[in-house]
Design a protein around this ligand. Structure first.
Ligand SMILES: [Zn+2]
Length: 170
């Protein structure tokens, strides 16, 4: 029940970058969303594990992945930013999305504010599918569902007209 964005659709993707920059203040998602909306060349570069994510609280430290949470490298000098994997799981749905010829991919989407799980069933959405796998706690997210942040939460993007599943965004 999906449309998808495949590699290289940079024109469409760039439009979402700034919108997603404000997702719930969850730096990891936040940052990933931005990254994934960049052209493929940059994605590969940015997915390098040496890429640094800046702490949203002190704006100086680097986000480190611990055993049960993300934290700030400046914790020793007073920054108490922490975001547990448990919280990420609580604020997100774990979706299974049918991309037709590409198969079914799992995704973690932070859209609980505006959607019940029932109304998501069968809904067509737009997603980036060349993101690679990302661990969200113990959940493996295989694609990125696109949305925009509005007043009350994240609103999903969808095609204006109903389409067949698995179509590429042009
Ligand atoms: Zn910090």
């Amino acid at each position: 029940m999906i449309r998808l964005i495949e590699k290289g659709c940079t024109t469409n993707l760039k439009g979402f970058k700034s919108e997603y920059g404000f997702v719930e203040g969850l730096i990891r998602f936040d940052k990933d969303f931005s990254i994934q909306l960049e052209p493929k060349k940059k994605i590969e570069k940015k997915y390098d594990s040496s890429e640094k994510l800046v702490c949203p609280k002190c704006k100086k430290g680097e986000i480190l992945k611990g055993k049960i949470a993300y934290g700030c490298s400046n914790y020793k000098i007073g920054c108490d930013f922490i975001f547990s994997f448990e919280n990420i799981k609580k604020s997100a749905y774990q979706l299974l999305i049918n991309f037709d010829s590409l198969g079914k991919l799992k995704s973690s989407a932070q859209i609980k504010d505006l959607y019940s799980s029932e109304e998501l069933i069968g809904k067509q959405i737009i997603a980036v599918v060349n993101t690679g796998e990302r661990n969200i706690g113990s959940f493996i997210s295989e694609c990125l569902v696109l949305g925009i942040t509005i007043e009350d939460g994240v609103s999903l993007l969808k095609p204006d007209l109903k389409t067949t599943d698995g179509i590429q965004v042009v």
